[in-house]
Every structure is written in C-alpha cells, then in structure tokens.
Design a protein around this ligand. Structure first.
Ligand SMILES: *[C@@H]1O[C@H](CO)[C@@H](O)[C@H](O)[C@H]1NC(C)=O
Ligand SMILES: *[C@@H]1O[C@H](CO)[C@@H](O)[C@H](O)[C@H]1NC(C)=O
Ligand SMILES: *[C@@H]1O[C@H](CO)[C@@H](O)[C@H](O)[C@H]1NC(C)=O
Ligand SMILES: *[C@@H]1O[C@H](CO)[C@@H](O)[C@H](O)[C@H]1NC(C)=O
Ligand SMILES: *[C@@H]1O[C@H](CO)[C@@H](O)[C@H](O)[C@H]1NC(C)=O
Ligand SMILES: *[C@@H]1O[C@H](CO)[C@@H](O)[C@H](O)[C@H]1NC(C)=O
Ligand SMILES: *[C@@H]1O[C@H](CO)[C@@H](O)[C@H](O)[C@H]1NC(C)=O
Ligand SMILES: *[C@@H]1O[C@H](CO)[C@@H](O)[C@H](O)[C@H]1NC(C)=O
Ligand SMILES: *[C@@H]1O[C@H](CO)[C@@H](O)[C@H](O)[C@H]1NC(C)=O
Ligand SMILES: *[C@@H]1O[C@H](CO)[C@@H](O)[C@H](O)[C@H]1NC(C)=O
Length: 618
C-alpha cells in the first residue's frame, strides 16, 4: 500500500518534471554571471542540466517560469559583480551573496530587480557609495554589513515602507543619519562607521549599541528608563548563558531552507506526506546542500532530526534572519516563544521548550499525534526539533495576538474594546478546536493547557487553540505555578495527568474571562488574590448577576440573553466534580445554539432568570 503510494508519487513527479521547462532567459543570465565571476568552490551549474531544483542555490517560482531566489553564501566569489548578469533576473526576490570576497561598487543595474525583498551582501569587499534605495519598493531586510561602503546613508531609505531590518555595521559611512520614519523597522545596526551628528528622533528607540563606533552624540536621547521607548524587538539571546545553540538553530534553519530550495523534495512531502519519508528525504537534503560553510556541516546531524509536517513550504536561508528578526513574544508555561520572520516574509512562532519530561520516542509519538491535527481552529504545528539539549516547536503565527492580550492588555485609555460578536466567535472557534482535539488519539488526547493566552484569532476572528498536547510530555509543574494559573481544574494535582474534563474546566474559565473581562486570578488592593471562578460563584449566588459582566459589554444592545446563556454554559463547565462537566462536543453545541437563537425571537428565553445555576443543564 505504502509502496504503491510512493511509486505513484514518483510517477507523478516524473510527469511534472518532464512537463516543466526552465526559464531559459534566467538560466543564461546566471550562466553569464558564474562564468565571468571567479570563485573557489565548485558550482554544479551546467548548461545541459535543468536549473529549477537542480542547480544548487537557485530557487524558481512555483510554476518554474522564473527565478525568485539566489543564495550563494561562501562560494568564494571574488572580483566585482559582472554587469548585466544578476540584474537580468527581473523577478528576483531574495539575493544572498554573503560571505564572499566580492569587490567593486554596488552594482547600479540591481535597480532592475524591482521585486527584490531580501538582500544579503554582508561580509564582502564592496566599496563606494550606497545605492538609491527608492527603486526597491518591497525591500524588507537589507544586510550590507562588513563591507567597505562609504559616503552617506541615503535618505531614500525612508521610502521603503516594508523595511524591517537594516544592517550597515562595519563600513565607512559618513555624514549624518537621516530621519527614517518607518513603522515596520525592527532592527538596525549602524555601528562602526564614521557617522556624526545626532540620532534622529525616529531611531531613538533603538539601543545605543547600534550606533557605537561612530562620532555620534547621545545627548539628545531621552532617559533610557522610559519603557515606552524600549525597542519592540530584540534578537534571540545568542550569547547569554541559556542561548539557543547556534549550530542547532542553524541546522533547523538550514534544513528548512534546503527544504524550500528543493521544490522537488517539497513535492514529495506534499504528495507522499508525513514524516515517514524524512529519512529518504534527508539523504536528498544532504545532496542538495550547497557550498557548505563550516557551521552548516556541523549541523548536518541536527538537520536530519528536524521533523516537518505536511504542507511546510518554508524557503528560508537564514542564519541572518532569526538573528535579525526574531522577537520575543512571551514566556509561557512551557518555554519562551519567539516570532521569526522568514526570508519569504512568512512569519512563524518558534517555541523553545524548557523541561521536557519524556524521552525522544514518547515526545515524537505525541508530536505525531499533535501535528496530525489539521483544523481551522487549531494552531498548526509546522515542525518540531528534538535533541539532547534543545527542543523547538514551529507554529503558525497569528498577528492579532492572544485572546488574553486582547482582553486584558491595555485596559484604560486608548483601549480598543473587544466587542461581543468577536468574543462569541472566539468562544465558538476555541470550542470547535478543543472538540476536535478531544477526538484525536482514539478520543483520548488532552489539550492540557487551555488558557486565554493560548487562544488566537484567525482571519475571521474565530478562536484558534495552540500549545496542545505539551502538558503530558513536560515535567510536572511546581504547585505555585499551577495554582497561580487559575485555569486548573481542582482535581488536577499532576499537570501531566490532566484529563478531558479538566480541559472543559479550563475552557469554562476562558468563557468566564470573556464574559467578565477579568483575569482568572487577580488581586484586589494589591495582595488579596481572587479566583475568578469563586468570585463568579459568589456573585451569582447573591443574585447580582448583572454585575458579573464586563462593563465594556454594556454598550451593546440586546445581548443580555446571550450573556446569561453563555454564563450558564461557563458555569456548567467549571463545576467541581469532573464527571458532572459536559463533554466538549456538547459544550460546543450549546454555544452554537446561543448564536442560532439570535435571529429568531425565542419567547421562552425572555423571562429567563438572570441567576445562573451551576449544574450542567443536560
Ligand atoms: C513581482 O512579484 C509579483 C508577485 O509577487 C508579480 O506579480 C510581479 O509580476 C513581480 N514584478 C516584477 C517586476 O517582477
Ligand atoms: C511587492 O510585493 C507584492 C506582493 O507582496 C507584489 O504584488 C508587488 O508586485 C511587489 N511590488 C513590486 C514593485 O514588485
Ligand atoms: C578588499 O579590497 C581592498 C582594495 O579595495 C584590498 O586591499 C583588500 O585586500 C580586499 N580585501 C579582501 C579580503 O579581498
Ligand atoms: C569612497 O571611497 C573611494 C575609494 O574607494 C574614494 O575615491 C571616495 O572619495 C570615497 N568617498 C567618500 C565620500 O569618502
Ligand atoms: C521617494 O520616492 C519618490 C518617487 O517614488 C521620490 O520622488 C522621492 O524623492 C523619494 N524620497 C526620497 C527621500 O528619496
Ligand atoms: C563588526 O566588526 C567587529 C570586529 O570585526 C565584530 O566584532 C562585530 O561583530 C561586527 N559587527 C557586525 C554587526 O557584524
Ligand atoms: C550592532 O553591532 C555591534 C557591533 O558592530 C554590536 O556590538 C551590537 O550588539 C549590535 N547591535 C544590535 C542590536 O545588533
Ligand atoms: C565629532 O563630532 C563633533 C561634532 O559633533 C566634532 O566637533 C568633532 O571634531 C568630531 N570628532 C571627530 C574625531 O571627527
Ligand atoms: C547539483 O547539486 C545538488 C546538490 O548540491 C543536486 O541536488 C543536483 O542534482 C546537482 N545538479 C546537477 C546537475 O548535478
Ligand atoms: C547581517 O549580518 C551580520 C553579520 O553576519 C549579522 O550579525 C546580522 O544579524 C545580519 N543582520 C541582518 C539584518 O540580517
């Protein structure tokens, strides 16, 4: 059976490959380039071999009609870039020629590369002035560090609205720094040049170190204590004691990169699916490996251990990238999450797990179950990595932030209220996701860590649950942490052994959060800790139910009935006795019914008491 699938995949690929024609124009441009620029490493670019999928370092568009990425780090190129070669790749989006010894001035004909988005030329021997940047409207990451560029920093940079990272460190740039009012700019480094003057206001949010080694006056800087000017992003901690092992990270990235490069291999993944093919596939990866720098070969082993799930189509080169555009998103129960922007502009979340409590085998088994779940209300696990000292999870990224941030973040002035409609959609989506999770592994899979900071909004604002299935593979959490969380069902004493009823409890707490706008545990007067569940019980018991709801919801007319119904559902989820809690599919049905009832007027509900009862209404 399996063999026949593999066979038909190969057949299928064969057909695809036969039918594909190389972009001939682009091919000739690259041949001109490589034939006229001396290099010390062998590149297997031969005229009679097909280019897409076969030339190392070259990535074609999906339809193989043109080249979109050229990545040739450390090939030993020396001399100036021959004119009218690379510049003929008119659809090029990614160009990496870093770590060569290319000299001469910045090629003026690169102005033809209108779609250029990622430019990595660091560690070469370029000299002369910087180009006029306004011709590349889509530039996102620019790294020209460690060259010999001189002259001033062009003000045209301020036209690059997509610019996220800009590195000019270790050149000979002079003059003053222009005011770059770029909202997406997350990282700059102008250190070790010959710049002078002051730091423009727009760049004062960056740390001093990015301007070090110049003749710049910091006098006009506001006090650095002010948290509002702290940079929004920070690089992954590379040199701290708990640093992400460089080789491992490289391995992860390079593996993913090669995956992207090998469109061929990617098809195998799509077609034959799943990790079963990882091993045959890793041989392929090894062969695809281009002009390795030392770190790459060191991480060979790491690379082989990275496990991807279906549909993973990263195209990232990017040692540079994680370093440049990784931002700490938050410290969760199980580890720190980083946001990483890949070269192809996809954003993912990389999570480093802290204390994994099981061996590799059990871990892999659990991840296979988790990665298997493809559902619009479950955040997709795209890949994971397990080694002795590092465990990484790669998830889909949601730009709107977590439900916790939307509910509790920025209360007070300037807050955008979370409207009732969105809260309902969050509840419905999350319930669907959890119900789906509970079907997995013969109906035994437990999420284990449901809380509002693990729920995100998809593009239609429905809730999506993340972080599932980790609780059972992590070390048990110390009691203080678990108590503070406020989501844990009373019967859960060991976080690893939570059951589906405890998921229902935690979901009930999330519903209460959505209804009350309060955190699951909060303090009054500084130190008295209040548990949301207990508070709601007390309020409801004393029949001042209306008080229970978030003030923010009071502005929406005619939602009282829905509020009360949702409160009843929430209360049924948080009853003490696990067996008395409804099962997730039933919770989902009840919530969906609240919304269904919206359109038709149901007289029976009109007189519904505001007092919610804590028994499940079955
Ligand atoms: C730039 O890329 C877009 C797709 O991302 C494509 O439609 C367009 O034709 C490209 N433009 C050029 C000048 O290559
Ligand atoms: C910039 O990128 C977008 C897609 O992200 C594309 O549609 C557009 O054509 C690009 N712009 C230029 C000038 O190539
Ligand atoms: C860089 O270029 C300068 C001349 O512009 C030359 O003296 C130097 O040796 C070159 N460095 C490397 C590493 O090629
Ligand atoms: C930049 O360096 C070149 C030599 O590489 C020199 O001729 C030129 O005057 C320098 N320009 C500036 C502004 O310093
Ligand atoms: C930005 O681009 C426009 C044309 O697209 C140009 O007129 C303007 O001078 C540019 N601004 C800077 C600062 O280069
Ligand atoms: C600049 O060069 C110095 C010394 O060679 C090096 O320590 C530093 O990391 C370089 N900076 C960047 C951003 O590459
Ligand atoms: C910028 O580069 C300098 C060295 O050239 C380094 O010390 C500093 O940490 C860098 N800053 C950032 C934010 O990357
Ligand atoms: C540094 O800049 C100040 C003015 O901002 C100038 O007076 C001084 O000469 C400069 N020093 C060097 C070494 O260029
Ligand atoms: C070139 O090398 C890559 C791996 O580095 C390999 O996948 C590809 O088939 C080779 N191409 C040719 C034409 O030999
Ligand atoms: C640029 O390259 C330097 C040296 O490799 C690296 O330290 C830095 O993180 C890179 N920056 C960006 C924005 O890619």
């Amino acid at each position: 059976m399996k063999a026949s699938i593999v066979f038909s995949c190969i057949l299928f690929l064969g057909i695809i490959l036969q039918g594909s024609a190389d972009p001939v124009k682009d091919k000739l441009a690259l041949l001109d380039f490589v034939n006229s620029l001396p290099h010390s490493r062998y590149l297997n670019w031969t005229e009679d071999s097909p280019m897409c999928n076969h030339w190392s370092g070259v990535t074609c568009s999906e339809d193989e009609s043109h080249i979109i990425a050229v990545r040739l780090p450390g090939v030993g190129f020396h001399g100036p870039i021959p004119p009218n070669t690379i510049s003929r790749l008119s659809d090029l989006q990614i160009l990496s020629l870093r770590s060569n010894a290319i000299s001469g001035s910045f090629p003026s004909d690169f102005a033809n590369l209108k779609n250029l988005s990622y430019l990595y030329l660091q560690f070469n021997n370029f000299s002369g002035p910087l180009p006029d940047f306004s011709v590349w409207k889509n530039l996102t990451i620019v790294n020209l560090s460690n060259n010999g560029f001189n002259g001033s920093i062009p003000p045209s940079l301020s036209n690059l609205t997509h610019l996220a990272a800009l590195n000019f460190a270790n050149n000979s740039l002079s003059g003053e720094i222009p005011d770059l009012r770029l909202p997406h700019l997350q990282m700059i480094n102008f250190s070790n040049n010959k710049l002078n003057g002051y730091i423009p206001e727009s760049l004062q949010r960056f740390p001093h170190s990015v301007f070090a080694g110049n003749n710049i006056s910091f006098q006009n800087l506001p006090s650095p204590i002010s948290p509002s000017i702290a940079p929004a992003s920070q690089p992954l901690p590379r040199s701290k004691s708990r640093k992400l092992n460089g080789a491992v990270l490289m391995g992860v990235i390079v593996a993913a990169c090669l995956l992207g490069l090998a469109g061929f291999a990617f098809l195998i993944i799509i077609c034959c699916s799943r990790r079963k093919h990882e091993h045959g596939f890793s041989g392929k990866l090894q062969k695809d490996k281009m002009s390795p720098e030392k770190e790459i070969s060191r991480s060979e082993e790491a690379k082989n251990r990275m496990s991807f799930f279906e549909g993973c189509n990263y195209a990232f080169d990017l040692e540079d990238l994680l370093r440049a555009s990784a931002e700490v998103l938050g410290k969760g129960t199980f580890g720190i999450s980083y946001k990483a922007i890949l070269e192809d502009a996809t954003t993912v979340v990389v999570k480093r797990l802290r204390d994994v409590g099981v061996g590799k085998r059990d871990f892999e088994q659990q991840m296979e179950i988790v990665g298997n779940i493809k559902h619009e209300n479950v955040v997709e696990l795209k890949a994971y990595y397990y080694s002795k000292d590092e465990r990484l999870m790669v998830y889909e990224y949601y730009s709107q932030g977590s439900v916790s941030a939307l509910l509790h973040g920025n209360r007070g002035e300037g807050r955008v209220p979370l409207d009732w409609d969105t809260r309902m959609k969050i509840a419905i989506g999350a319930a669907r996701g959890i119900a789906r999770i509970h079907l997995e592994n013969n109906g035994k899979l437990v999420h284990g860590n449901i809380k509002s900071s693990n729920i995100f909004l998809n593009s239609q604002n429905y809730g999506c649950v993340s972080d599932l299935g980790l609780a059972s593979v992590m070390s048990a959490l110390a009691p203080p942490i678990s108590r503070a969380a406020g989501y844990r069902a009373p019967e859960v004493t060991d976080t690893r052994k939570a059951g589906q009823p405890s998921d229902v409890f935690s979901f009930g707490v999330v519903l209460l959060e959505l209804l009350t706008g309060k955190s699951p545990v909060y303090s009054i007067n500084g130190d008295e800790m209040v548990h949301l569940v207990r508070w709601v019980h007390s309020v409801v018991r004393e029949e001042w139910t209306a008080e229970v709801f978030d003030m923010e919801l009071m502005r929406y007319p005619d939602i009282e009935e829905e509020l009360v119904e949702m409160l009843q559902i929430a209360m049924s989820c948080v009853v003490r006795v696990p067996d008395q809690r409804p099962k997730m599919p039933y919770v989902l049905k009840m919530i969906e019914n609240v919304r269904l009832g919206e359109s038709d007027s149901r007289p029976s509900n009109r007189n519904k008491s505001l007092v919610a009862r804590s028994e499940p209404s079955s």
